[in-house]
Write a protein that binds this ligand. Sequence first.
Ligand SMILES: [Zn+2]
Length: 219
Amino acid sequence: MNPPCPKRRQASPFLGSKNVTPHFEKVRQLLRQLPGLGHRSAERLALFLLVEKPEKLQPIIEALEQASKVVHRCARCGSLTETDLCEVCADVKRESHSLCIVEQVPDLMAIERSQAHRGTYHVLHGRLSPINGVGPDNLNLNSLEKRLQTEPITEVVLALGNDIEAEATCHYLHELILGIQPKMKVSRIGFGLPSGSGLTFADVATLRSALEGRRNVGT
Ligand SMILES: [Zn+2]
């Protein structure tokens, strides 16, 4: 009687954990926890830094260590800074009556590149997402409420994307803002942005037209 045919091992596109060292595996697992990195990208990055270009590793480690000590959120708007206030908040030439609310710091940077907004910003650091357990308490809203109460803001531009979670977040923000300042002019960008996409990767012309084509919320 013939022995049972051994199962052919499926060729894996990734390095199996048996093929790598425990330390490599640990690096791969940690990198995989970073946003935007799947299994394959984490593996590629680990190989690049540890084997292919190890000379790149130390400068990255040092830069991360130094940055982690000095980079933090702006006390006013939530953007990145190494002092109390970020560059925009510290600039007295910015139009303090116009506030643009964005989800993330890269969105702020994208709008800054478009030069279409001369006012200040507020960074939410996320958006409402019940599925992912993100509620109002998880967003940078306390300082927003304080700003609406104390700063001479007359116009708020909601510069969020146009998917369902962004829609829900805009609706929440609209209610919140009018609850504090009932006469506030609240508008929202939307025109020009492709459906389902965020702001970060939009080109300058698209972002500019989106900002220029903002519409009042609730109309
Ligand atoms: Zn700031």
